[in-house]
Write a protein that binds this ligand. Structure first.
Ligand SMILES: O=C(O)CCC(=O)C(=O)O
Ligand SMILES: [Fe+2]
Length: 356
């Protein structure tokens, strides 16, 4: 499609402030061309859902009572982070009722009266925003989803900044995930052979973005994607998904399904932690398929630094380096790291920019 026509179409879609759900509510049967992905992107390759590959499920239930069990869990977290970059956790301490209420809260936000929802539609930086495709105007095809972003990297947004339909649960859930994040960073520190508090001490659990995704049912799912393949930018992501499925992880060049488990949370390593670990831990690419029957709903909590760490210099962790394992990346500040990511919009793996 010609560039100027494409921008016009993107703008017309953006101006509705109704997102992809708005198109579905209108009853469209063909998806607009701005959502068409190149066939290579969407190939549902035959190995997807390969039976011989299962993303590890790790039970955190007994680690506080039993130090032998804690050691075994650390070993499993380490192995999963090195080979998959992804694992699921059960008995993680967040009540199932809180998980269910959080997913309901995401649904309530996206399915509320569109006039109320529109008030949150923006591309400006604010504590809580909603839009469709945060990188809509980049060169990449648009994804079949709408998203809200709640910024908890600094202080708690004042309650008035948050939408009333999911305010309480958003605060409760993100507080729980941040607590769980402390435990996960301990296990990951231990998995790297570092002091238990190492990653927390360098600011890894400083802030959190809660990103709620709503993937409406798609009349032509074979032409588009829920989310195109990407790696996350942060240290780790804690993801809660509903029971629809569609999340896939790239593993040994195959797309492997990550099946929803009602009581589990998905944890994945982001680029920032891959870099800090000097490539010991993997930030795996992943994607979400569009489907006819959804809505699929998820909420991803990106654990990252707070603005207090902006002056800090990061790079591969010195304690992990040796003559045989020299630094693979140069040092940088968080603002420099993020500026690069927003510029290159996932086209070339952004991590490569920091490679020595
Ligand atoms: O919706 C999902 O399951 C995945 C979301 C995701 O990959 C992301 O927000 O980075
Ligand atoms: Fe992701």
């Amino acid at each position: 499609m010609e560039d100027s026509k494409r921008v016009e179409e993107l703008k017309a879609f953006d101006d509705t402030k109704l997102g992809v759900k708005g198109l579905v509510d209108e009853g469209i049967t063909k998806i607009p061309s701005i959502f068409h992905h190149p066939l290579d992107n969407i190939k549902r390759v035959s190995e997807s859902g390969h039976k011989d590959y299962t993303i590890p499920i790790i039970d955190l239930g007994r680690i506080h009572e039993d130090s032998g069990e804690r050691k075994r869990v650390v070993e499993r977290v380490k192995e999963a982070s090195e080979t998959w970059g992804f694992f699921q956790i059960v008995n993680h301490g967040i009540p199932v009722s809180t998980l269910e209420e959080m997913l309901d809260g995401v649904v309530r936000f996206f399915e509320q009266d569109s006039e109320v929802k529109k008030e949150f539609y923006t591309r400006d930086k604010k504590p809580f925003i909603f839009n469709s495709n945060f990188n809509l105007y980049s060169n990449a095809p648009a994804n079949w989803k709408d998203t809200f972003i709640c910024d908890r990297t600094t202080n708690l947004p004042t309650l008035g900044d948050l939408p009333s339909v999911c305010r309480d649960i958003l605060v409760e859930y993100t507080d729980e995930v941040s607590k769980l994040g402390s435990l996960l960073f301990e296990l990951l520190s231990e998995g790297l052979g570092l002091d238990r508090t190492y990653l927390a001490d360098i600011g890894c659990n400083g802030g959190l973005y809660a990103v709620g995704h709503y993937y409406p049912p798609c009349p032509e799912p074979e032409l588009t994607m829920g989310i195109t393949k990407h790696a996350d930018v942060d240290f780790i992501t804690v993801l809660l998904q509903n029971q629809i499925g569609g999340l896939q992880v790239l593993h040994q060049d195959m797309w492997i399904d990550l099946p929803p488990l009602p009581e589990a949370l998905v944890v994945n390593i982001g680029d920032f932690l891959q870099l800090l670990s000097n490539d010991k831990f993997k930030s795996a690419q992943h994607r979400v398929l569009a489907n006819r029957v959804s809505p699929r709903v998820s909420i991803a909590c990106f654990l990252t630094t707070s603005s207090h760490s902006n002056a800090r210099i990061y790079g591969p962790i010195k304690e992990l380096l040796s003559e045989e394992n020299p630094a693979k990346y140069r040092e940088f500040s968080v603002p420099e790291f993020l500026a690069h990511y927003s510029k290159c919009a996932n086209q070339i793996p952004p991590l490569m920019h920091f490679r020595i």
